[in-house]
Design a protein around this ligand. Structure first.
Ligand code: PEP
Ligand code: MG
Length: 325
């Protein structure tokens, strides 16, 4: 295993027929960045920032956040880091925000939905990200977007914070990219409008599966419905990836699905530009990717689009793997 680890660290993530897919890492703390790159990550596709707000008595200050984002940039060189703004509230309670408990936290007051009430918290985080963007390749990603209005509101705030920084003569990356998580199904039906407003998307397969199938991602009694091989889910991905590509924007995926070698042929064939996963999964994914033919994966996806059940999809996948060996 150790040998495999070092072999794949410095090799680019490519299919056998030469299609590059950015293989990225999910992290939650800045100290994880070095390990992620050591595992062969080509970028950080998801820096979950919730942990920075939890288990403490007050929110981190701008300078604390700035230092944290600079720390993460240290081992990155010119590789990019996508910082996801805080996805707190709901099932990730932060006591000092005094948000009352809810019956349906996954459908409740969480992520971008709390930003208008806790505006200072959000703009402080944006300011810290922008300041750190002067020292490396940072991108901003907003969680739980469900409507165009939320995107427009966020862009307004981002403009305000940028203007303040200009007035304060504080440097930042003027062309920093803004993206959104694609994890609430409504976004799929306003995808053309969203493409006009943001630079990139990342599929949150954990939440997208949960919301598309109306199935609690943590409830084992309904886990048979939480199946990423469901044709409904796969057609949704196919539809939305094609739409985003028609607009010339890029599409990543950063849910747990990304680290599963068994579904990799589907993710490749669907045409994702980037797949982000927990760092330990990277060497095996890079190795599996190098054995896949992009064209073969595309044909597989075409066949899968005609499947009626998850079982049919898994049979096709199994046949595909048999042919490979
Ligand atoms: C997701 O929903 O797939 C995701 C990556 O975000 P989180 O797991 O943090 O909700
Ligand atoms: Mg999510």
């Amino acid at each position: 295993l150790h040998e495999q680890h070092s072999i794949w660290r410095d090799r680019p993530a490519c299919t056998a027929d030469g299609r590059h897919i950015d293989i990225a890492a999910n992290i939650a703390l800045p100290i994880e960045a070095a390990g992620a790159f050591d595992n062969g990550a080509e970028s950080i596709g998801l820096f979950r920032t919730e942990m920075l707000y939890m288990d403490r008595h007050s929110a981190p200050s701008e300078s604390e956040l700035y230092a944290i984002f600079c720390d993460a940039l240290g081992p990155a060189g010119d590789r990019s880091i996508i910082i996801r703004t805080m996805d707190i509230g709901g099932d990730k309670p932060v006591p000092y925000l005094n948000i009352p408990p809810e019956n349906n936290p996954f459908l409740g007051y969480r992520a971008v939905r709390i930003y208008p009430e806790y505006q200072a918290l959000f703009t402080t985080q944006l300011r810290a990200i922008l300041r750190a963007s002067a020292h490396g390749n940072l991108k901003i990603m907003i969680p739980m977007i469900a409507s165009l209005e939320e995107i427009l509101w966020v862009k307004d705030k981002l403009q305000e914070v940028k203007q303040q920084l200009r007035e304060d003569k504080i440097p930042f990356d003027e062309s920093i990219s803004l993206g959104i998580m694609l994890e609430v199904p409504s976004v799929m039906f306003i995808i053309d409008q969203c493409c006009e407003e943001v630079d990139f998307f990342s599929i949150g397969s954990n939440d997208l599966t949960q919301y598309l199938m109306a199935v609690d991602r943590d409830n084992t009694r309904v886990e048979h419905l939480y199946n990423s091989l469901n044709p409904a889910f796969l057609r949704a991905l196919d539809f939305v990836i094609q739409a985003v590509h028609r607009h010339g924007k890029w599409m990543g995926l950063c849910g747990e699905l990304g680290g599963k070698t068994s579904v990799l042929p589907l993710l490749v064939g669907l045409g994702l530009d980037e797949i982000s996963m927990s760092a330990p999964a990277i060497p095996a994914i890079k190795s599996a990717l190098s054995q896949l033919e992009y064209e073969g994966c595309r044909q597989l996806v075409n066949q899968v689009m005609n499947c009626r059940t998850p079982l049919q999809v898994s049979h096709l996948l199994a046949q595909f793997r048999m042919r490979q060996h």
